[in-house]
Ligand binder design. Structure first.
Ligand code: FAD
Length: 466
């Protein structure tokens, strides 16, 4: 069987399905292919299931400590089966929503494994056999998959990736996490809140590599409070079976150490998912690390083929994939769109959350830029106190000469929601004065951004000038 389309999208994650919808909105006959489920890694195995479990863990923690604000709850218990059912129901609801949107936009969806035949033709292996799709334009949105350590290969049971870690049927007693990046810490903290004894082993000299150290310090404090053991500059060298669990040997700056755990989550980064896609048949070039090379309009080395999302490289963020999908779709429809990553926000759902946009303080200092910084502690913010959640701060970084906002960093409760205001400011080229001039409702967390912006000029109302 052979089908014809104006545009074909391979991969129905937040990059691919969003691109398909925009293509259809722009009048293109669009086919969307996925070998698994609508929504991709993010909806089915990543962003959404992890945030559902994190929400539940935070609720459990808040219930457990609510005595301090006058609410006593005894005997709070976690029913993991019910929790997993609820999480899966959230995921299904959203997946059904995508199916409805595809149908409503007349997007043809094919479930099957796609593989290039030529630059304009793809074969799809479905449960009913192989069919061919011919298309003028093709978008590759096949995402990424976890990197496997040669010394610690995934077995799906005791040595697991984030996918299995979000589908556990019981709370592990001892959980070791290899890799102290965002995914590892989000999952580690959630299980630590449910009672797991946590060990985090990180190769570099700080958790959340690439994030400013003053933000990371606040999350490290939570980890210590939860009783987690953190091994920095450390590396797993080998492992052996230890009854129902695993014993790992770790090289640390203080010499070799052994750790036993019932589960080891390996979360050391992600690599492009292009195996079986035969992109070489379409002349699509990749970088040294195997990510697909694209220009600012997401066009690959073959002009009729575009690539978006994780498969073109980090940062691995769903909203980056979606924006790239929109740009690629608009370019295919003849518009002159292109991507500007300056205002790309990033959120890490640890405890507390970290969210950033623009350039970091460390980056700017490395570049030798003249900057002014305003910092405001959440402990001085009424809303944070009423939320009983005062750890963290807001940092606004502005150009010393022009006052243009170059970066905003937030660590604290609600950081992932707070950062959008800052992203809008950077997108519009706003100054710190613009933040300060904007009246913020009281009592709210965004007042923290306004105060940090005032602090850039040394005139925040609710802290004393140092
Ligand atoms: P994907 O979502 O990976 O989708 C690719 C799709 O392509 C898949 O459905 C796959 O089945 C399909 N596919 C692959 N090869 C083929 C083929 N040959 N034929 C047909 N179909 C194919 N990002 C955030 O922004 N916020 C978060 O909170 C967040 N949390 C995360 C938590 C975890 C545990 C993980 C693992 C990731 C998280 N991410 C988060 C990252 C986010 O999931 C990815 O950045 C995002 O999914 C990338 O989207 P994509 O469309 O590029 O690819």
């Amino acid at each position: 069987m052979s089908r014809q389309a104006d545009a074909l999208v391979i991969g129905a994650g937040p990059g691919g399905y969003v691109a398909a919808i925009r293509l259809a909105q722009l009048g293109k006959k669009t086919i969307l292919i996925d070998r698994d489920r609508l929504g991709g890694e993010c909806l089915n195995y990543g962003c959404i299931p992890s945030k559902a479990l994190i929400h539940a863990a935070n609720l459990y923690e808040n219930i457990s400590k609510s005595n301090s604000i006058g609410i006593s709850v005894t005997d709070a218990k976690v029913n993991v089966e019910k929790l997993q059912e609820w999480k899966s129901a959230v995921v299904s609801k959203l997946r059904n929503g995508i199916a409805t949107l595809c149908k409503g936009n007349n997007i043809e969806v094919i479930f099957g494994e796609a593989s290039f035949e030529t630059a304009n033709s793809v074969s799809v292996r479905t449960s009913d056999g192989v069919e061919t799709v011919q298309s003028d334009k093709i978008i590759i949105a096949t995402g990424s998959k976890p990197i496997e350590l040669p010394s610690l290969k995934f077995d799906g049971k005791r040595i697991i990736s984030s996918k299995e870690a979000l589908e556990l049927s019981s709370i592990p007693e001892e959980l070791s996490i290899i890799g102290g990046g965002a995914i590892g810490l989000e999952i580690g903290i959630l299980y630590a809140k449910f009672g797991s004894k946590l060990t985090v082993i990180e190769l570099t000299d700080q958790l959340l590599p690439g994030t400013d150290a003053d933000l990371v310090q606040i999350v490290s404090r939570t980890l210590r409070r939860l009783g987690a053991k953190i091994l920095l500059k450390s590396k797993v060298v080998e492992y052996e079976d230890a009854g129902k669990g695993i014993k790992i040997r770790v090289e640390t700056p203080n010499g070799p150490e052994s750790h036993e755990a019932d589960l080891v989550l390996v979360s050391v980064g992600r690599r492009p998912r292009i195996d079986g896609l035969a992109i070489e048949k379409a002349g699509v070039e990749v970088t040294e690390k195997g990510f697909i090379k694209v220009d600012k309009q997401l066009r690959t080395s073959t002009p009729s083929i575009f690539a978006i999302g994780d498969v073109v490289g980090p940062p691995f963020l769903a909203h980056k994939a979606s924006r790239e999908g929109i740009v690629a779709a608009e370019v295919i429809a003849g518009q002159n769109s292109e991507l500007d990553y300056r205002a790309l926000p990033s959120a890490i759902f640890t405890s507390p959350e970290i969210a950033t946009v623009g350039l970091s303080e460390a980056q700017l200092q490395k570049e030798g830029r003249a900057i002014t910084i305003g910092k405001f502690p959440l402990a001085a913010l009424g809303r944070a106190l009423t939320n009983d959640d005062t750890e963290g701060f807001v940092k606004v970084i502005a150009d010393a000469e022009t006052d243009e906002v170059l970066g905003v960093e937030v660590v604290g409760g609600g950081a992932s929601d707070l950062i959008s205001e800052a992203a809008l400011a950077i997108e519009m080229g706003a100054t710190s004065e613009d933040f300060a001039l904007t009246i913020h409702p009281h009592p709210t967390l965004p007042e923290g951004i306004m105060e940090a912006a005032e602090a850039v000029k040394g005139r925040a109302i609710h802290i004393l000038k140092r």
